[in-house]
Design a protein around this ligand. Structure first.
Ligand code: ZN
Length: 390
């Protein structure tokens, strides 16, 4: 996903967009395949969407409602067109998703769904500050923020806050900067600060109201906001939803069996081609490398990737912990199940030297056949062999 994109550019009314597509003889959007409490989900791929992913969308909405202190109106539903192949038919060129204000209808590739859900929840039509709206959507998508251009090398935020919709469409918004700015506000001044800003955005308040909300937050004039923000020293803010991925328990077998109708199992795999997966977090503590002894009991269809989150971030990539798309180049360690009968009696095993930091265990299968999976892992000091006698 490019850091520079514009996903609110498709701000023509949805009815108009749909009718102009129909008039032009273009395709209609796909039919709704799944209904949950708050979502109607249509996809442009045939692969089943697993119960865990449907549950995750509901969880994400509940998280955002609670954090932003704003609820979806009773009975309202978000219509999600999950498009892995045809998002360009509905959104601005190059965008990974878009939102039609006032409709709660979103078109999105998997990687942007949680971002678009925030737009649909807030359903803001006033467009007082698209920089702020995009920053909110990025931060509360739950994926972390990362930005490292020095104050003199980026546009000043006191100007970006007042970017007009026309200017937004004419240029490309720096989403990474918007996310970093909002993450900084949230971390520095607390959740109440964000909620205050959200109230203005949702109520359609104008620049005067937004200005007042920002001034109350930073206890200073908004003219000084760039100067204050420039003192931010953190380049990376962790994602607000990272902890929602369960931690891997060590030293005993953990059942990570894959069954698409089980609400622990996510799917399809990133890209929509199909498949099931589960993710666990692993934190390697301390200051020295440790030995990770890992066993995978599973059929040969199952693989386990150990994704080094810090290396991914060091390479400038953002990782959605619920839909991780690690870079191929970083070559993370992989285990492949080796039980041909699928009876989970033999295991494939690796001993890996791991540096302190955060890792994701990504267990997946390309198909939808139920897979029994057991993972056993332990972390131990690296044994240094005794020196040979002289
Ligand atoms: Zn957006």
């Amino acid at each position: 996903m490019s850091a520079l994109r514009s996903d609110l550019a498709a701000r023509l009314p949805l009815a108009l967009a749909l009718s102009s597509f129909a008039l032009a003889g273009c395709q209609q959007p796909p039919e709704v395949r799944y209904e949950t409490e708050h979502f109607e989900i249509a996809t442009d791929f045939d692969a089943p969407v697993c119960a865990g992913t449907l549950r995750y969308l509901e969880d994400h909405l509940a998280f955002a409602e609670s954090e932003l202190h704003h609820k979806l109106p009773a009975g309202a539903k978000i219509r999600l067109y999950w498009l892995e192949h045809s998002v360009g038919d509905w959104c601005h060129e190059g965008a990974a998703g878009c939102y039609y204000p006032g409709t709660r209808v979103i078109f999105s590739e998997g990687q942007s769904m949680t971002h678009e859900v925030i737009h649909a929840l807030l359903n803001a039509e006033a467009q007082t500050s698209l920089f702020i709206e995009e920053g909110l959507a990025e931060v509360y998508s739950g994926v972390g923020a990362r930005y490292f251009r020095a104050p003199g090398e980026r546009p000043p935020v006191d100007e970006l806050i007042w970017l007009t919709p026309k200017e937004y469409r004419a240029s490309e918004l720096d989403y990474a900067l918007a996310a970093h700015f909002l993450a900084w506000l949230e971390r520095e001044y607390g959740r109440v600060a964000t909620q205050r800003i959200v109230e203005v955005v949702v109520a359609g308040g104008g620049p005067k109201q937004l200005d007042a909300a920002l001034e109350r937050t930073i206890s200073a004039d908004t003219e000084d906001i760039e100067e204050i923000y420039a003192t931010a020293t953190q380049t990376t803010y962790r994602g607000l939803r990272e902890d929602a991925v369960p931690e891997l328990e060590l030293d005993h077998g953990v059942d990570l069996s894959l069954r698409c109708d089980d609400d622990q199992t996510l799917g399809p795999l990133p890209g929509g081609a199909g498949g099931m997966y589960e993710v666990r977090r692993l934190r390697v503590p301390g200051s020295y490398p440790l030995m990770l002894d890992i066993h995978l009991y599973a059929s040969a269809d199952v693989r386990l990737d150990l994704i080094d989150v810090d290396r991914e971030r060091g390479a400038g990539r953002k990782l959605d912990f619920f839909l991780p798309r690690p870079s191929e180049e970083l070559d993370h360690p992989r285990l492949i199940g080796d039980d041909p009968g699928g009876d989970v009696e033999t295991s494939s095993q690796r001993e890996l030297v791991v540096t302190p930091g955060l890792y994701l265990l990504f267990v997946s299968s390309p198909g939808y056949e139920a897979e029994d999976v057991l993972v056993e892992a332990s972390l131990d000091p690296i044994r240094v062999p005794a020196p040979a006698p002289e």
